[in-house]
Every structure is written in C-alpha cells, then in structure tokens.
Design a binder for this molecule. Structure first.
Ligand code: APR
Length: 235
C-alpha cells in the first residue's frame, strides 16, 4: 500500500526519529538498549542538568558529539536524499541531531531538536564547531559552558524548524513516520496535524506506537533501511 500511496502522492513529507539512525550504529532512546534505558534524561539532557550536573552533562555530550563523528549515514538516508532530488518526497522533518540526512544529500530538512554538529556558549551564545568542543575542554572564551546546539528537555524548539515543520505537515498529502516511538511533544503532533489536513499517515517502526490507531498503514519492520530499499527497487 505504501508504494501505491507514494505513487499517488503530490506532496510526501517524511518524519524521522532515532530508529532512522540505529542502522548507522547510533543507539536510539527507548528501545531495550536505548540511551534512556541506561541514563536518566532529566539528569543529563534537561536545561537543569547544565546547572546541577555540569560534569555529567559534559561527559555525556562529549561522547555523543564524538560518537556522531564515528558513524555515517546508511542506505536509507541516501535513498531519501535521492527521492528528494527525484521529487518523490518534498522534505524531511527530523527529531535526530546527527546531521545524517544532510550528510546524505537531503536539502529540505527541519531539525526539530537541533544538531550535535554545532555548539554554543550557554552564557554568551558564541558558536563553535564540534571539533572545538573537544579541544576547548568544553568552556567558552568567556568561561561560560559550551553545549551542543540541541534542544534540551525544558527548552523551546527552534522557531524556524518548528514553522517549517508546521508548514510541511499542513501541505502534505502523504506523511510517513520512520523510526520514532512518537512519545515526545510537540514533535509527535506533526503526524496528527498532517492527518487533520487530509494527509494519509503511514508509520514505519519496529515497535508499536500510541499513534498507530490514527495511521492509514502501519509497517512494523526491524529495518527502516530494508523497507526503503525495497520501496526504492519498486520504482
Ligand atoms: N528499524 C525500524 N525501527 C527501529 C529501528 C530500525 N532499525 N531501530 C529502532 N527502531 C524504532 C524503535 O522500535 C523505537 O520505537 O525506532 C523507535 C525509536 O524511538 P525512540 O528511541 O523513542 O526515539 P525517538 O522517537 O526519535 O525519540 C524522540 O526523544 O529523548 C528525545 O530528543 C530525543 O529526539 C529524541 C526524542
């Protein structure tokens, strides 16, 4: 059915979560081996953790900033980039902060939760590249704390990414979720906004999600990459 929906669609928008990058080697958050199964996000991924557990915060994000450099986009990221060039999809709304969609060549990407590829000073706002994060021992010239330019729990989403995601969700006639548990608001509202605006909703995920009842099709599959490869071969 998804192949037929893609063929019939004039405006397909893709929404990705951490399940899009596990086949690149990065852990997701809520699966059995997910990041939040081992660590408490309120301790190390919230705005409070910057003030209360700064050393734990720095160690955790140093590992993630370095980790993202070790891994690369997989076939699924490249297929989505090819589909954008071919006009099969119009844009990607991602919760991921690894930058793999852009590295694979996708251009129309809304990073709802920011990116690990950039850092900024919590005090003065000065930006740094992720390479400098490691070399600067995590502090800004003004001695403020350097932090990844991602959205921490308790922070607002970047306005430009939010508005782009809203616009795309309202324009979509087909909205495909790839690899997300859809547990985090407000990101998980975009599939519903698309649905409310008349889009068909397809959820591709290894595990079930609370949004499955709203979907026109649910594909429970352990490999997003394989699903995209099979679809790509069918065109
Ligand atoms: N193929 C298919 N599905 C997969 C794969 C895979 N290779 N790997 C993981 N999944 C599925 C899991 O079944 C899981 O339901 O991807 C989903 C990932 O869900 P989460 O770990 O909750 O990640 P996500 O939905 O992206 O989390 C949203 O939470 O902590 C915040 O900011 C963080 O952006 C993140 C947000």
């Amino acid at each position: 059915m998804l192949q037929q929906l893609l063929g019939e669609s004039n405006y397909t928008v893709v929404f990705t979560g951490a399940g899009m990058s596990t086949e690149s080697g990065l852990p997701d958050f809520r699966s059995s081996k997910g990041l939040w199964k081992e660590k408490d996000p309120s301790r190390i991924a919230s705005i409070n953790s910057l003030n209360q557990n700064v050393h734990e915060f720095i160690e955790f994000y140093r590992e993630r900033v370095l980790g993202v450099k070790e891994y690369k986009p997989h076939q699924g990221h490249y297929i989505l980039a090819k589909w954008e060039k071919q006009g099969i999809i119009k844009s990607i709304i991602t919760q991921n902060v690894d930058g793999f969609h852009q590295q694979a060549g996708s251009k129309q990407v809304a990073e709802l939760h920011g990116t690990l590829q950039k850092l900024h000073c919590q005090s003065c706002g000065k930006s740094y590249s992720s390479d400098e994060y490691v070399n600067r021992d995590y502090y800004c010239e003004c001695e403020g704390i350097l932090r990844p330019s991602i959205v921490l729990f308790g922070e607002a989403l970047p306005e430009d990414a939010f508005q782009f995601a809203l616009q795309e969700s309202e324009k979509a006639d087909l909205f495909i979720v790839l690899g997300s548990s859809l547990t985090v608001t407000p990101a998980n509202q975009f599939p519903l906004i698309a649905k409310e605006n008349g889009a068909k909703l397809v959820i591709v995920n290894r595990d079930k999600t609370d949004f499955d009842p709203y979907a026109d099709e649910v594909i429970n599959h352990k490999s997003i990459g394989e699903v995209l490869k099979e679809l790509n071969n069918s065109f």
